[in-house]
Design a protein. Sequence first.
Length: 268
Amino acid sequence: MVITMDSKINKGRIEFNDENYEKALSYFDTVAEDDEDYDYVLIFKITCLMELERYDKALFLIDSLLAEDDDDELLLYEKIRCHIALDERSEALATLKKFERIIPKDNKNVMLDIARFYKFLGEFKSALRFCNLALSIDGDFEEAIYEKALVAIAMGNDEIADNCANKLLDVAGDDKYKIIPIFMLKINCGKLRDCVGIVDSLEDKFQDNTCNMLRIVIYNQLREKLDVNVHLTDDADLSVAEAIDLLLDYEQTGVKWGFVNDVGFIIM
């Protein structure tokens, strides 16, 4: 039985939809350049090659299509991804600059994608600008707020990062799994008192050891920040929460000794 070209394309699409990219390529590769469906098939081939991490071959096909239409937004987007994967920073930046010039600025997800590209390439001011563009479209866009916080941390701007963390707390509601990353943002910003409040708010949401583990993170951060430790003069039960309170009081008041749970303590 002779298999027609159209049936091979259809077989390739079936394998593609099943994420069998190697098998899909074997069908798509049989389509000749003079076939009327060739350009259509190339889009599938590019995706297959990128999924298989053959970025140099994908880039060759992308450039061949861009030679016919150099303002194709989808192809430019994939070209950026290929250059980044191939560690071709200058080429990625040049393509990204062109992409940002031609793309409409009313799609918050595309603005966020551009921000992520710039962050990955170390262009943090541009990344921050596109995070703000995404947020100008949707001020409660959680992914953009979080991305903005990460960019701010990379820039060493704890104030912006902390403002983002506070905004995320407002929009996260009672979702404990959204609150944990906010806790980590606060840790990075050095807002350890805020971290205590976050853990306290999570107390009834976890039935395991999660909150105690988070308190240990806070305690270790405080120890490193203050370059001290809590020592007891006798054996006693001292919870991590109590040790944190002692270090926070020491940070605020300078008091380095006293009594807790009927035993003496000294901070040094």
